[in-house]
Design a protein around this ligand. Structure first.
Ligand code: NAP
Length: 274
């Protein structure tokens, strides 16, 4: 049995669909099954990383766990080990390598260290920027045909959550990935201007990008994100390191299938913008 945390989220949701499609025994973890909206035949169990004792039922009979970072890894992993889990695939971040002193790099490094210290078999997924971050533009697109972002011409190789999930699925279900840390990206760098055009194409609307200052973006983001995350996100979007701008072959190396483009992500998720 494979337990998927974050199963209502971008990556965990894709992972749940992919594992079910291949007939794997899989269970979804959520803090609120009633809100999760899974199909009726999904094995869904309530649990919260904040209170690891709440995970006992979800972990029963589980051999492999897809783990979202929570800040409470040591206690969660103790509970997992007690339940007999053997294999952990942790959703970490590229920032662990590219900006280890940043807030995001540090909290994920702590999560990775806790997993290493658990004594369980592990694989780390270290994606760069998610294509799904552009979902935050949906409200702007509901109000009109203009998307306003800073850093209009900074290109990053945004990764499809389905490809992160495909790497997770491989590491959860096949041997040979223990002790590996996979940096994951999309197939090519893409700017916000190009992302807006790709979403327009996917939904059949002529969209326009308008550049705003980082200060204005910061004000808008601060309304729904903690200040350290806003600062770290803007730093990442505006001043990427050379490594963060480079497309890597890891998705294809691990899964045998090339990483999907941002245009494919936009077509696969067009309903998010309609
Ligand atoms: N966005 C990026 O560009 C980026 C880049 C690199 C790495 N990452 C990593 O990716 C993660 C986000 O992945 P995502 O986009 O797939 O997630 P997401 O869509 O933001 O969803 C978050 C998930 O975490 C679950 N969750 C939250 N708190 C929980 C708790 N206390 N106990 C159990 N489950 C909890 C939620 O489940 P319920 O609400 O159903 O309980 C939900 O399914 C980040 O945390 C970061 O570590 C992101």
């Amino acid at each position: 049995m494979i337990l998927i945390s974050g199963a209502t989220g971008n990556v965990g949701g894709e992972l749940l669909r992919q594992l079910r499609a291949e007939g794997a025994a899989v269970r979804a973890l959520t803090r609120d099954p009633a809100r999760a909206g899974f199909p009726p035949d999904v094995d869904v169990v309530e649990g919260d990383f904040v209170t690891p004792q709440s995970l006992a039922k979800a972990l029963s009979g589980v051999e492999a766990l897809f783990l979202m970072m929570s800040g409470n890894e040591a206690a969660v992993l103790e509970e997992a080990a007690r339940a007999g889990v053997r294999r952990i695939v942790l959703l970490s971040t590229m920032a662990v390598e590219t900006r280890p002193d940043s807030f995001i790099g540090k909290v994920h490094q702590e999560a990775e260290s806790a997993v290493e210290e658990s004594g369980l078999e592990w694989t780390f997924l270290r994606p760069g920027q998610f294509a799904s971050n552009t979902r935050s533009w949906a409200a702007q697109l509901a109000a009109g045909d203009v998307v306003r972002t800073p850093y209009a011409q900074v290109a990053l190789p945004a990764v499809h959550s389905g490809d992160i999930a495909a790497v997770a699925r491989t590491a959860l279900t096949q041997d040979g990935h223990a002790g590996a840390a996979y940096a994951l990206t999309g197939p090519a760098p893409i700017t916000p201007v190009e992302q807006v055009a790709a979403i327009g194409e996917a939904i059949g609307r002529k969209l326009r990008h308008e550049e705003i200052t980082p200060e204005r973006a910061q004000e808008a983001m601060a309304a729904h994100m903690p200040a350290e995350i806003v600062a770290a996100t803007l730093e990442f979007l505006g001043s990427p390191t050379v490594a963060e701008t480079q497309a890597l072959p890891t998705v294809e190396t691990v899964t045998g299938k090339p990483a999907r483009t941002f245009a494919e992500w936009a077509r696969d998720n067009a309903d998010s913008f309609r």
